[in-house]
Ligand binder design. Structure first.
Ligand SMILES: Nc1ncnc2c1ncn2[C@@H]1O[C@H](COP(=O)(O)OP(=O)(O)OP(=O)(O)O)[C@@H](O)[C@H]1O
Length: 246
């Protein structure tokens, strides 16, 4: 199957620092790829580069045959790729449905955006809290509303940035079930997540970055057995970070 997303030698430098250093990979329709690596490895910068929040120093991003690198984030979203934001950066003074509507306005007028937002909330089981203030939500509800907001832009590729950060294991299982259901409908995901249990359970493939470079890729089992990964990542603080979040 052809790649839906192709990242071709992406580089982002900040002054002399190569935050992302020539990363290439492909993502197929219906695939979930996990992006892992130690703190400061370049995961957030790579995510931001893919969706147009961070200009590339060099390289190219191609989404379903169209070059999207160089486009503003809303143009990349209109082409079908967007990301969630860490810590569910929702608008605190708006209701759940209004938060989701802000994203649906990318493709719809106000009335259409409300319909789209209601559809997405229904799909994620959030209709009962559509009119709730976001300030009153639980952590898993916030995670799902953040996903709903991204889904309201009708992406084909969704980048999930630590959506499970504050969740208990049971809550993580609920969110993973939602992600799997969306995958079954053909949506593709790139996932940054510090919970290794979630990464291992959810992802078809993993990309491992360290110092901005792709140091390994493969199935979760292959990556977990890769000595370079164990040295770079699992050997240096991953267990501690997992415990700190879990
Ligand atoms: N705007 C910026 N200006 C300068 N340096 C930056 C900027 N953003 C990130 N960096 C640096 O780029 C490198 C990669 O950072 P990035 O946040 O992408 O890593 P990360 O893998 O997402 O880390 P974490 O797991 O801690 O979120 C780090 O050395 C960071 O300090």
């Amino acid at each position: 199957m052809n790649a839906l997303l192709q990242a071709d030698a992406i580089a982002v430098t900040f002054g002399g620092l190569k935050a992302v250093d020539g990363v290439s990979f492909t993502l197929k329709a219906g695939e979930i790829i996990g992006l892992i690596g130690p703190n400061g490895a370049g995961k957030t910068t790579l995510f931001n580069a893919l969706v147009g929040l961070q200009p590339l120093t060099s390289g190219k991003v191609v989404l379903d045959g169209d070059t999207v690198s160089g486009l503003k984030p809303h143009k990349v979203a209109a082409k079908g790729m967007t990301k969630t934001f860490q810590n569910a950066a929702l608008f605190p003074d708006m209701s759940v449905v209004e938060n989701v509507m802000t994203a649906a306005l990318l493709r719809h007028d106000l009335a259409g955006a409300r319909m789209r937002a209601e559809q997405v909330l229904d799909k994620l089981g959030l209709s009962p809290i559509a009119e709730a203030d976001v300030a009153d939500l639980t952590f898993p509800q916030k995670a799902l509303v953040e996903m709903a907001r991204a889904l309201a832009t009708e992406p084909r590729v969704l980048l999930l940035d630590e959506v499970m950060a504050a969740l208990t294991p049971n809550e993580m299982d609920e969110v993973m079930d939602v992600i799997r259901a969306l995958k079954a409908e053909g949506l593709s995901f790139l996932v940054v997540e510090h919970h290794m249990r979630a990464i291992m359970a959810l992802c078809d493939r993993l990309l491992v970055v360290n110092f901005g470079r792709l140091i390994a890729q493969g199935t979760p089992a292959e990556v977990a057995a890769n000595p370079a990964v164990i040295e770079a990542y699992l050997g240096h603080g991953a267990a501690g970070k997992e415990a700190a979040h879990g």
